[in-house]
Design a protein around this ligand. Structure first.
Ligand code: ASP
Length: 439
Protein backbone atom coordinates (compact mmCIF):
# COMPACT_ATOMS: atom_id res chain seq x y z
CA UNK A 1 0.00 0.00 0.00
CA UNK A 2 1.20 3.50 -0.70
CA UNK A 3 -0.29 6.93 -1.13
CA UNK A 4 1.18 9.77 -3.16
CA UNK A 5 0.52 13.18 -1.63
CA UNK A 6 0.82 16.46 -3.48
CA UNK A 7 0.74 19.76 -1.60
CA UNK A 8 -0.12 23.00 -3.35
CA UNK A 9 1.58 26.34 -2.85
CA UNK A 10 -0.75 27.69 -0.16
CA UNK A 11 -0.18 24.47 1.84
CA UNK A 12 3.56 25.22 1.87
CA UNK A 13 3.58 29.00 1.96
CA UNK A 14 5.25 29.33 5.38
CA UNK A 15 6.82 27.32 8.20
CA UNK A 16 3.45 27.28 9.91
CA UNK A 17 1.89 25.62 6.86
CA UNK A 18 4.83 23.20 6.59
CA UNK A 19 4.08 22.05 10.13
CA UNK A 20 0.47 21.21 9.19
CA UNK A 21 1.78 19.28 6.20
CA UNK A 22 4.29 17.45 8.42
CA UNK A 23 1.54 16.26 10.77
CA UNK A 24 -0.67 15.18 7.88
CA UNK A 25 2.13 13.06 6.41
CA UNK A 26 3.15 11.59 9.74
CA UNK A 27 -0.45 10.70 10.57
CA UNK A 28 -0.48 7.98 7.91
CA UNK A 29 2.55 5.82 7.19
CA UNK A 30 1.22 5.00 3.71
CA UNK A 31 1.98 8.57 2.64
CA UNK A 32 5.32 7.57 1.19
CA UNK A 33 5.82 9.83 -1.81
CA UNK A 34 5.47 13.58 -1.52
CA UNK A 35 5.22 16.14 -4.34
CA UNK A 36 5.52 19.75 -3.17
CA UNK A 37 4.73 22.99 -5.02
CA UNK A 38 6.70 26.19 -4.46
CA UNK A 39 5.65 28.38 -1.50
CA UNK A 40 2.43 30.14 -2.49
CA UNK A 41 0.50 33.09 -1.08
CA UNK A 42 0.41 33.48 2.71
CA UNK A 43 -2.38 36.03 2.64
CA UNK A 44 -4.52 37.92 0.13
CA UNK A 45 -2.30 40.18 -1.93
CA UNK A 46 0.86 38.16 -1.22
CA UNK A 47 3.02 36.97 -4.15
CA UNK A 48 3.75 33.32 -4.96
CA UNK A 49 7.44 32.39 -5.05
CA UNK A 50 6.95 31.15 -8.64
CA UNK A 51 5.80 34.64 -9.66
CA UNK A 52 8.68 36.21 -7.72
CA UNK A 53 11.09 33.98 -9.64
CA UNK A 54 9.56 34.88 -12.99
CA UNK A 55 9.79 38.60 -12.36
CA UNK A 56 13.28 38.37 -10.86
CA UNK A 57 14.46 36.41 -13.86
CA UNK A 58 12.93 38.93 -16.25
CA UNK A 59 15.10 41.59 -14.59
CA UNK A 60 18.16 39.36 -14.95
CA UNK A 61 17.36 38.66 -18.60
CA UNK A 62 17.06 42.39 -19.24
CA UNK A 63 20.50 42.87 -17.72
CA UNK A 64 19.05 44.79 -14.74
CA UNK A 65 20.04 44.53 -11.09
CA UNK A 66 17.90 41.76 -9.61
CA UNK A 67 19.57 41.50 -6.20
CA UNK A 68 16.76 43.00 -4.14
CA UNK A 69 14.10 40.68 -5.59
CA UNK A 70 16.48 37.78 -5.21
CA UNK A 71 16.92 38.58 -1.52
CA UNK A 72 13.13 38.56 -1.07
CA UNK A 73 13.00 35.05 -2.50
CA UNK A 74 15.79 33.92 -0.19
CA UNK A 75 13.85 35.36 2.74
CA UNK A 76 10.80 33.23 1.95
CA UNK A 77 12.88 30.05 2.29
CA UNK A 78 14.83 31.29 5.30
CA UNK A 79 11.57 31.86 7.18
CA UNK A 80 10.70 28.20 6.57
CA UNK A 81 14.15 26.99 7.65
CA UNK A 82 14.07 29.10 10.82
CA UNK A 83 10.47 28.31 11.69
CA UNK A 84 11.10 24.58 11.40
CA UNK A 85 14.48 24.80 13.04
CA UNK A 86 16.06 22.89 10.17
CA UNK A 87 19.76 22.19 10.23
CA UNK A 88 20.30 23.14 6.59
CA UNK A 89 21.58 26.06 4.54
CA UNK A 90 20.49 26.88 1.00
CA UNK A 91 23.35 29.38 0.54
CA UNK A 92 25.26 27.19 -1.94
CA UNK A 93 22.08 26.47 -3.90
CA UNK A 94 21.29 30.19 -4.11
CA UNK A 95 24.84 30.95 -5.31
CA UNK A 96 24.38 28.54 -8.21
CA UNK A 97 20.93 29.91 -9.01
CA UNK A 98 22.16 33.52 -8.93
CA UNK A 99 25.01 32.65 -11.26
CA UNK A 100 22.62 30.87 -13.63
CA UNK A 101 20.28 33.89 -13.59
CA UNK A 102 23.22 36.10 -14.46
CA UNK A 103 24.05 33.78 -17.38
CA UNK A 104 20.41 34.04 -18.49
CA UNK A 105 19.89 30.30 -18.40
CA UNK A 106 16.15 30.45 -19.18
CA UNK A 107 12.77 31.25 -17.69
CA UNK A 108 11.72 27.65 -17.11
CA UNK A 109 14.82 26.96 -15.05
CA UNK A 110 14.12 30.10 -13.02
CA UNK A 111 10.51 29.18 -12.29
CA UNK A 112 11.38 25.58 -11.43
CA UNK A 113 13.67 26.62 -8.58
CA UNK A 114 10.63 27.33 -6.41
CA UNK A 115 9.68 23.65 -6.31
CA UNK A 116 13.28 22.46 -6.33
CA UNK A 117 14.22 24.36 -3.17
CA UNK A 118 10.94 23.55 -1.43
CA UNK A 119 11.57 19.88 -2.24
CA UNK A 120 14.98 20.00 -0.58
CA UNK A 121 13.48 21.56 2.56
CA UNK A 122 10.57 19.14 2.61
CA UNK A 123 12.88 16.11 2.29
CA UNK A 124 15.01 17.40 5.14
CA UNK A 125 11.99 18.13 7.34
CA UNK A 126 10.45 14.69 6.80
CA UNK A 127 13.73 12.80 6.59
CA UNK A 128 12.69 11.44 3.16
CA UNK A 129 15.02 11.06 0.18
CA UNK A 130 15.11 13.99 -2.28
CA UNK A 131 14.73 12.98 -5.94
CA UNK A 132 15.35 15.84 -8.36
CA UNK A 133 12.50 15.95 -10.89
CA UNK A 134 15.08 16.88 -13.56
CA UNK A 135 16.34 13.28 -13.37
CA UNK A 136 12.99 11.56 -13.71
CA UNK A 137 10.45 13.79 -15.52
CA UNK A 138 11.36 13.86 -19.21
CA UNK A 139 10.65 16.18 -22.12
CA UNK A 140 11.81 15.71 -25.71
CA UNK A 141 13.94 18.23 -27.61
CA UNK A 142 10.81 20.08 -28.80
CA UNK A 143 9.77 20.53 -25.20
CA UNK A 144 6.92 18.02 -25.41
CA UNK A 145 6.36 15.81 -22.41
CA UNK A 146 7.66 12.24 -22.89
CA UNK A 147 5.23 10.04 -20.94
CA UNK A 148 6.86 6.70 -21.74
CA UNK A 149 10.39 7.65 -20.78
CA UNK A 150 9.16 9.43 -17.66
CA UNK A 151 7.23 6.42 -16.47
CA UNK A 152 10.23 4.17 -17.05
CA UNK A 153 12.69 6.44 -15.27
CA UNK A 154 10.35 7.36 -12.43
CA UNK A 155 9.28 3.83 -11.63
CA UNK A 156 12.83 2.51 -11.82
CA UNK A 157 14.14 5.25 -9.56
CA UNK A 158 11.37 5.12 -6.99
CA UNK A 159 11.21 1.34 -6.81
CA UNK A 160 14.36 1.38 -4.72
CA UNK A 161 13.23 4.15 -2.38
CA UNK A 162 10.88 3.63 0.53
CA UNK A 163 10.02 7.31 1.05
CA UNK A 164 10.81 10.17 -1.31
CA UNK A 165 10.12 13.81 -2.12
CA UNK A 166 9.87 14.67 -5.83
CA UNK A 167 9.40 18.41 -6.50
CA UNK A 168 6.49 19.28 -8.80
CA UNK A 169 6.12 21.38 -11.93
CA UNK A 170 9.34 20.64 -13.87
CA UNK A 171 11.54 18.09 -15.56
CA UNK A 172 14.28 18.23 -18.17
CA UNK A 173 15.12 17.52 -21.78
CA UNK A 174 17.75 14.95 -22.75
CA UNK A 175 20.38 17.72 -22.88
CA UNK A 176 19.64 18.57 -19.24
CA UNK A 177 17.87 21.91 -19.83
CA UNK A 178 14.93 22.45 -17.50
CA UNK A 179 11.37 22.53 -18.80
CA UNK A 180 8.25 23.25 -16.78
CA UNK A 181 4.67 22.16 -17.26
CA UNK A 182 2.06 24.91 -17.61
CA UNK A 183 1.06 26.81 -14.46
CA UNK A 184 -0.34 24.66 -11.69
CA UNK A 185 1.65 21.76 -13.15
CA UNK A 186 2.71 20.19 -9.84
CA UNK A 187 -0.63 18.38 -9.99
CA UNK A 188 0.69 16.62 -13.09
CA UNK A 189 3.93 15.58 -11.39
CA UNK A 190 1.88 14.16 -8.52
CA UNK A 191 -0.22 12.07 -10.86
CA UNK A 192 2.86 10.83 -12.75
CA UNK A 193 4.46 9.72 -9.50
CA UNK A 194 1.21 7.99 -8.48
CA UNK A 195 1.14 6.13 -11.79
CA UNK A 196 4.82 5.16 -11.60
CA UNK A 197 4.60 3.66 -8.11
CA UNK A 198 1.16 2.07 -8.74
CA UNK A 199 -0.22 4.06 -5.91
CA UNK A 200 -3.51 3.08 -4.28
CA UNK A 201 -4.51 6.67 -3.87
CA UNK A 202 -3.39 10.12 -5.01
CA UNK A 203 -4.12 12.78 -2.42
CA UNK A 204 -4.07 16.30 -3.73
CA UNK A 205 -3.90 18.72 -0.79
CA UNK A 206 -4.96 22.29 -1.35
CA UNK A 207 -6.84 25.09 0.42
CA UNK A 208 -10.40 23.97 -0.34
CA UNK A 209 -12.21 20.85 0.83
CA UNK A 210 -12.74 19.57 -2.68
CA UNK A 211 -15.37 20.37 -5.28
CA UNK A 212 -18.52 22.17 -4.28
CA UNK A 213 -21.88 21.66 -5.94
CA UNK A 214 -21.89 25.27 -7.12
CA UNK A 215 -19.75 28.39 -7.09
CA UNK A 216 -19.65 29.72 -3.50
CA UNK A 217 -19.62 33.29 -4.85
CA UNK A 218 -23.15 32.66 -6.12
CA UNK A 219 -24.53 30.06 -3.70
CA UNK A 220 -23.95 30.53 0.01
CA UNK A 221 -22.27 27.47 1.55
CA UNK A 222 -22.86 25.06 -1.31
CA UNK A 223 -22.88 21.36 -0.46
CA UNK A 224 -19.45 19.72 -0.98
CA UNK A 225 -19.28 16.90 -3.53
CA UNK A 226 -18.12 13.73 -1.80
CA UNK A 227 -17.65 11.55 -4.91
CA UNK A 228 -17.37 12.58 -8.53
CA UNK A 229 -16.33 10.66 -11.64
CA UNK A 230 -13.49 11.80 -13.88
CA UNK A 231 -15.98 12.57 -16.65
CA UNK A 232 -18.21 14.65 -14.40
CA UNK A 233 -15.18 16.51 -13.13
CA UNK A 234 -14.06 17.28 -16.64
CA UNK A 235 -17.47 18.77 -17.44
CA UNK A 236 -17.50 20.89 -14.29
CA UNK A 237 -13.87 21.98 -14.59
CA UNK A 238 -14.47 23.06 -18.15
CA UNK A 239 -17.34 25.14 -16.84
CA UNK A 240 -15.28 27.05 -14.35
CA UNK A 241 -14.98 24.79 -11.29
CA UNK A 242 -11.28 24.13 -11.53
CA UNK A 243 -9.50 22.51 -8.59
CA UNK A 244 -7.05 20.23 -10.40
CA UNK A 245 -4.83 20.74 -13.47
CA UNK A 246 -6.59 19.22 -16.45
CA UNK A 247 -3.55 17.21 -17.57
CA UNK A 248 -3.25 15.54 -14.18
CA UNK A 249 -6.22 13.33 -14.84
CA UNK A 250 -5.01 11.31 -17.82
CA UNK A 251 -2.18 9.26 -16.22
CA UNK A 252 -4.43 8.37 -13.28
CA UNK A 253 -7.41 7.45 -15.40
CA UNK A 254 -5.26 5.03 -17.34
CA UNK A 255 -4.41 3.25 -14.11
CA UNK A 256 -7.75 3.64 -12.36
CA UNK A 257 -6.12 5.42 -9.42
CA UNK A 258 -8.60 7.50 -7.40
CA UNK A 259 -7.82 11.09 -6.41
CA UNK A 260 -8.80 12.61 -3.12
CA UNK A 261 -8.89 16.41 -3.02
CA UNK A 262 -8.17 17.42 0.58
CA UNK A 263 -7.81 20.64 2.54
CA UNK A 264 -4.52 21.14 4.42
CA UNK A 265 -6.20 23.63 6.73
CA UNK A 266 -9.10 21.27 7.50
CA UNK A 267 -7.63 17.77 7.22
CA UNK A 268 -10.63 16.30 9.05
CA UNK A 269 -12.89 17.18 6.09
CA UNK A 270 -13.51 14.21 3.86
CA UNK A 271 -12.83 16.16 0.65
CA UNK A 272 -13.84 14.97 -2.80
CA UNK A 273 -13.03 11.52 -4.17
CA UNK A 274 -12.54 11.51 -7.94
CA UNK A 275 -13.01 8.04 -9.40
CA UNK A 276 -13.30 6.30 -12.76
CA UNK A 277 -16.73 4.89 -11.96
CA UNK A 278 -18.73 4.10 -8.87
CA UNK A 279 -21.93 2.48 -7.66
CA UNK A 280 -22.06 5.18 -5.01
CA UNK A 281 -25.34 6.96 -5.64
CA UNK A 282 -25.09 10.72 -5.38
CA UNK A 283 -27.31 12.18 -2.71
CA UNK A 284 -28.95 14.48 -5.22
CA UNK A 285 -30.01 13.90 -8.82
CA UNK A 286 -27.28 16.25 -9.97
CA UNK A 287 -23.62 16.21 -8.97
CA UNK A 288 -22.88 19.86 -9.57
CA UNK A 289 -23.55 23.04 -11.52
CA UNK A 290 -20.89 24.92 -13.43
CA UNK A 291 -21.09 28.03 -15.54
CA UNK A 292 -19.08 30.43 -17.65
CA UNK A 293 -19.93 33.84 -19.06
CA UNK A 294 -18.61 35.42 -22.21
CA UNK A 295 -20.11 33.70 -25.23
CA UNK A 296 -21.59 35.00 -28.44
CA UNK A 297 -24.03 33.14 -30.64
CA UNK A 298 -23.54 33.59 -34.39
CA UNK A 299 -26.74 32.56 -36.18
CA UNK A 300 -26.73 31.98 -39.91
CA UNK A 301 -30.11 31.98 -41.62
CA UNK A 302 -30.69 30.67 -45.10
CA UNK A 303 -33.84 29.29 -46.68
CA UNK A 304 -33.53 25.58 -47.55
CA UNK A 305 -30.14 25.21 -45.88
CA UNK A 306 -31.21 21.77 -44.67
CA UNK A 307 -31.10 20.52 -48.23
CA UNK A 308 -27.63 21.91 -48.90
CA UNK A 309 -24.97 19.21 -48.58
CA UNK A 310 -21.86 20.37 -46.73
CA UNK A 311 -23.45 23.50 -45.25
CA UNK A 312 -22.30 22.83 -41.69
CA UNK A 313 -18.78 21.95 -42.75
CA UNK A 314 -18.43 25.16 -44.74
CA UNK A 315 -19.64 27.25 -41.81
CA UNK A 316 -17.34 25.56 -39.35
CA UNK A 317 -14.41 25.88 -41.72
CA UNK A 318 -14.72 29.66 -41.53
CA UNK A 319 -14.32 29.47 -37.76
CA UNK A 320 -11.48 26.99 -38.13
CA UNK A 321 -9.62 29.30 -40.50
CA UNK A 322 -10.00 32.12 -37.98
CA UNK A 323 -8.44 29.84 -35.34
CA UNK A 324 -11.58 29.66 -33.18
CA UNK A 325 -12.99 26.60 -31.44
CA UNK A 326 -16.74 26.32 -31.14
CA UNK A 327 -18.67 25.34 -28.03
CA UNK A 328 -22.06 24.34 -29.38
CA UNK A 329 -23.87 24.27 -32.73
CA UNK A 330 -27.63 24.28 -32.18
CA UNK A 331 -29.45 24.11 -35.51
CA UNK A 332 -32.93 24.39 -37.01
CA UNK A 333 -34.27 23.81 -40.52
CA UNK A 334 -33.16 27.15 -41.89
CA UNK A 335 -30.84 28.30 -39.10
CA UNK A 336 -27.48 27.20 -37.87
CA UNK A 337 -25.92 28.80 -34.79
CA UNK A 338 -22.37 28.63 -33.61
CA UNK A 339 -21.55 29.50 -29.99
CA UNK A 340 -18.02 30.77 -29.52
CA UNK A 341 -15.96 32.64 -26.97
CA UNK A 342 -16.88 36.30 -27.33
CA UNK A 343 -13.44 37.79 -26.66
CA UNK A 344 -11.83 35.55 -29.27
CA UNK A 345 -14.65 36.24 -31.71
CA UNK A 346 -14.44 40.01 -31.35
CA UNK A 347 -10.82 39.97 -32.51
CA UNK A 348 -11.86 38.34 -35.81
CA UNK A 349 -15.49 39.49 -36.07
CA UNK A 350 -15.52 41.09 -39.53
CA UNK A 351 -13.20 38.47 -41.02
CA UNK A 352 -15.62 35.76 -39.90
CA UNK A 353 -18.73 37.55 -41.14
CA UNK A 354 -17.14 38.13 -44.54
CA UNK A 355 -15.93 34.53 -44.58
CA UNK A 356 -19.44 33.23 -43.87
CA UNK A 357 -20.89 35.32 -46.67
CA UNK A 358 -18.36 33.95 -49.09
CA UNK A 359 -18.71 30.36 -47.89
CA UNK A 360 -22.49 29.87 -47.70
CA UNK A 361 -24.22 33.00 -49.08
CA UNK A 362 -26.60 33.32 -46.10
CA UNK A 363 -29.83 35.35 -46.09
CA UNK A 364 -28.93 36.81 -42.70
CA UNK A 365 -26.25 36.66 -40.04
CA UNK A 366 -27.32 37.58 -36.54
CA UNK A 367 -25.07 38.05 -33.53
CA UNK A 368 -26.24 37.60 -29.98
CA UNK A 369 -23.48 38.63 -27.56
CA UNK A 370 -23.25 38.47 -23.74
CA UNK A 371 -24.46 34.94 -23.28
CA UNK A 372 -23.55 32.62 -20.43
CA UNK A 373 -23.50 28.83 -20.43
CA UNK A 374 -24.57 26.76 -17.46
CA UNK A 375 -23.81 23.04 -17.18
CA UNK A 376 -25.95 20.87 -14.96
CA UNK A 377 -23.83 17.76 -14.47
CA UNK A 378 -24.69 14.41 -12.94
CA UNK A 379 -24.20 10.72 -13.57
CA UNK A 380 -27.54 10.19 -11.84
CA UNK A 381 -29.50 12.07 -14.51
CA UNK A 382 -29.42 9.18 -16.96
CA UNK A 383 -31.63 7.09 -14.72
CA UNK A 384 -33.93 9.86 -13.57
CA UNK A 385 -36.94 11.06 -15.45
CA UNK A 386 -37.97 14.68 -15.47
CA UNK A 387 -34.61 16.30 -14.77
CA UNK A 388 -34.83 18.61 -17.75
CA UNK A 389 -38.45 19.41 -16.91
CA UNK A 390 -37.50 20.45 -13.40
CA UNK A 391 -34.63 22.61 -14.61
CA UNK A 392 -36.78 24.52 -17.07
CA UNK A 393 -39.68 24.88 -14.68
CA UNK A 394 -37.29 26.34 -12.10
CA UNK A 395 -35.85 28.74 -14.66
CA UNK A 396 -39.30 29.83 -15.79
CA UNK A 397 -40.34 30.52 -12.20
CA UNK A 398 -37.27 32.69 -11.80
CA UNK A 399 -38.12 34.57 -15.01
CA UNK A 400 -34.98 33.37 -16.75
CA UNK A 401 -35.25 33.24 -20.50
CA UNK A 402 -33.50 30.17 -21.95
CA UNK A 403 -31.54 30.91 -25.12
CA UNK A 404 -30.11 27.50 -25.88
CA UNK A 405 -30.40 23.89 -24.70
CA UNK A 406 -27.97 21.07 -25.35
CA UNK A 407 -28.18 17.66 -23.75
CA UNK A 408 -25.09 15.63 -24.57
CA UNK A 409 -25.61 12.08 -25.79
CA UNK A 410 -23.79 10.84 -22.70
CA UNK A 411 -26.74 12.16 -20.67
CA UNK A 412 -24.16 13.32 -18.20
CA UNK A 413 -25.01 16.95 -18.54
CA UNK A 414 -27.52 19.48 -19.75
CA UNK A 415 -26.11 22.76 -21.01
CA UNK A 416 -28.25 25.84 -20.94
CA UNK A 417 -27.48 29.17 -22.57
CA UNK A 418 -28.88 32.28 -20.86
CA UNK A 419 -28.28 35.98 -21.03
CA UNK A 420 -25.33 37.11 -18.92
CA UNK A 421 -27.56 39.16 -16.63
CA UNK A 422 -29.63 36.05 -15.81
CA UNK A 423 -26.58 33.92 -14.99
CA UNK A 424 -26.67 34.11 -11.18
CA UNK A 425 -30.46 33.84 -11.00
CA UNK A 426 -30.40 30.74 -13.19
CA UNK A 427 -27.76 28.98 -11.06
CA UNK A 428 -29.67 29.85 -7.89
CA UNK A 429 -32.90 28.49 -9.35
CA UNK A 430 -31.33 25.20 -10.44
CA UNK A 431 -29.45 24.73 -7.16
CA UNK A 432 -32.55 25.43 -5.21
CA UNK A 433 -34.77 22.95 -7.05
CA UNK A 434 -32.29 20.07 -6.80
CA UNK A 435 -30.51 20.69 -3.53
CA UNK A 436 -32.51 22.93 -1.23
CA UNK A 437 -35.75 21.14 -1.95
CA UNK A 438 -33.82 17.90 -1.19
CA UNK A 439 -35.16 15.59 -3.85
N1 ASP B 1 4.36 26.73 -8.65
C1 ASP B 1 3.78 26.52 -9.92
C2 ASP B 1 2.70 27.57 -10.16
O1 ASP B 1 2.55 28.50 -9.38
C3 ASP B 1 3.26 25.15 -10.11
C4 ASP B 1 2.25 24.68 -9.11
O2 ASP B 1 2.06 25.28 -8.06
O3 ASP B 1 1.61 23.67 -9.37
O4 ASP B 1 2.02 27.52 -11.15
Amino acid sequence: MNTVVKFGGSSLASSEQFKKVGSIIRADKERKYVVPSAPGKRFDGDVKVTDMLYSCYRQAAAGKDFSSNFENIKDRYQEIIDGLDLDISLEDEFKVIEENFRNQIGEDYAASRGEYLNGILMAKYLDYEFVDAADVICFDEDGDFDAKLTDKKLSRRLSGIERAVVPGFYGSRADGTIKTFSRGGSDITGSLVAKAVHSDLYENWTDVSGFLMADPRIIKNPVPISTITYREMRELSYMGASVLHEDAVFPLRQEGIPINIKNTNRPEDQGTMIVESTCNKPKYTITGIGGVKGYVSVTIEKAMMNAEVGFGRKVLQVFEEAGLTFEHIPSGIDTFSVLVNQKEFEKKEQQIIAGLHRAVRPDLIELEPDLALIAVVGRGMKRTRGTAGRIFAALAHSHVNVKMIDQGSSELNIIIGVEKRDFEAAIKAIYSIFVLSQV
